[in-house]
Design a protein around this ligand. Structure first.
Ligand code: GLA
Length: 401
């Protein structure tokens, strides 16, 4: 980012902090903003489609497809390597090293490849003794690892929460062994800032320790729940767990309801629902799919420009649930140009009519409003009533002007 843009970003964030629009809980260290993620990050991560089988070839092929499919130009910039990219042990100097079979050319060469395509590279580590996949964690090596990532040209670090202290089990600690969570995440936050490289910091502590109440002082995004799976039930439960947390999110720090499962097994209707809800909540849009083999239908959902524009709206105010009655939910998100993005979501297993009004979604003072259906493109006019028949598990999403 040019120096002037950095300065402008810092000024904007300082003003926001002074106005009290966003604040860390009392007693937390001061906000350490890196000026990044002024809108929710967009990109891809290998884990949900490939588990621990990430390779150099996969990342390159995915980057190629992100360009060829139009995803990069739609805004998906981060190509994120997840767990198990590294060898089982550090080298003699204590440095992490990539798994020689899966990353034979090293991470720097891969970063160069990705950057040459106009994309950015993300990597994964863990705020504990080991990663969830059993590789060396960063606890006690934070600056060394951050410096290494910066030297490779890494642009994004996802920081997991397994083995959270000496003697801890993978996801649980007993006997007071856990190193306090804020201490662990602050150590990597500060190490990344000290590198001087702009690196997005993604906190992955699975929504534990009420991370949304302190996340904005520590990272650019924080997971709100345990891992998503490619089912409607999982997606729905994560939506419910996350939608009430929207007040904690804003430019520079976002709730992360985990990766998009679009193309991974839900129905076409459910895929559109996930994309609409995530955009309405101002969630990061990180595809967790096999993009190399992604179908035109999957790519069409992921690159829908109107829905992405809602997600990426510069006001950065996530949508509020204005009503939720028997599985029929209405959400409203104010946008920077005065429009409101409305999602009518039918959670239930049968089609239903959902109804709200212009005044309930925060629009008053006009005699009529135009409604643009963001998935069909159809436009209609209303004097106040906003209503649609919504299929089971589906949404109707309007931009109200
Ligand atoms: C945890 C994270 C996942 C993924 C795996 C990797 O479960 O929540 O997103 O990074 O670890 O092992």
């Amino acid at each position: 980012m040019p120096r002037a843009a950095w300065a402008a970003a810092v000024v904007v964030l300082l003003i926001a902090a002074l106005l009290g629009l966003r604040s860390a809980a009392a007693g937390d260290p001061p906000l350490v903003h890196n000026g990044l993620a002024t809108t929710p990050p967009m990109g891809w991560n290998d884990y949900n489609a490939y588990g621990l089988d990430v390779t150099d070839a996969l990342v390159r092929q995915t980057a190629d497809r992100m360009v060829a499919s139009g995803m990069r130009d739609a805004g998906y910039l981060y190509v994120n390597i997840d767990d198990a990219w590294m060898a089982d042990s550090r080298d003699r100097a204590g440095n992490l090293r990539p798994d020689a079979a899966r990353f034979p050319y090293g991470i720097k060469a891969l970063a160069d490849y990705v950057h040459a395509k106009g994309l950015r590279l993300g990597i994964y580590e863990d705020a504990g003794v080991k990663t969830c996949g059993g590789k060396p964690g960063s606890l006690g090596h934070e600056q060394q690892d951050a410096d290494l990532f910066a030297s490779w040209g890494v642009d994004y670090v996802k920081y997991d929460n397994c083995y959270a202290g000496p003697g801890c089990a993978q996801t649980s600690c007993t006997g007071g062994n856990e190193v306090p969570v804020k201490q662990r995440y602050a150590a990597m936050r500060d190490a990344l800032v000290r590198t001087g490289r702009p690196i997005v910091f993604s906190i992955c502590n699975w929504g534990t320790d009420a991370v949304w109440t302190w996340g904005s002082g520590y990272g650019n995004l924080w997971r709100t729940t345990a891992d998503i799976t490619p089912t409607y039930a999982s997606m729905l439960s994560i939506f419910h767990a996350s939608v009430g947390l929207v007040g904690y999110a804003g430019p520079g720090g976002w709730n992360d309801p985990d990766m998009l499962e679009i193309g991974n097994g839900m129905t076409a209707t459910e895929d559109r629902t996930e994309f609409s809800l995530w955009a309405e909540m101002a969630a990061p849009l990180i595809s967790g799919s096999d993009l190399v083999g992604a179908s035109p239908a999957t790519l069409a959902v992921l690159t829908d420009a109107d829905v992405i524009a809602v997600d990426q709206d510069s006001l950065g105010r996530p949508g509020l649930e204005v009503s939720a009655d028997g599985g029929l939910d209405v959400l409203a998100r104010p946008l920077s140009n005065g429009d409101v993005a409305v999602v009518l979501f039918n959670e239930t297993g049968t089609a239903a009519t959902l109804t709200t009004s212009a005044s309930r979604i925060g629009k008053t003072g006009a005699t009529g409003y135009s409604l643009r259906d963001l998935w069909s493109g159809a436009t209609s006019i209303t004097t106040g009533t906003i209503s649609a028949v919504v299929p089971a598990h589906g949404v109707v999403m309007y931009r109200v002007t």
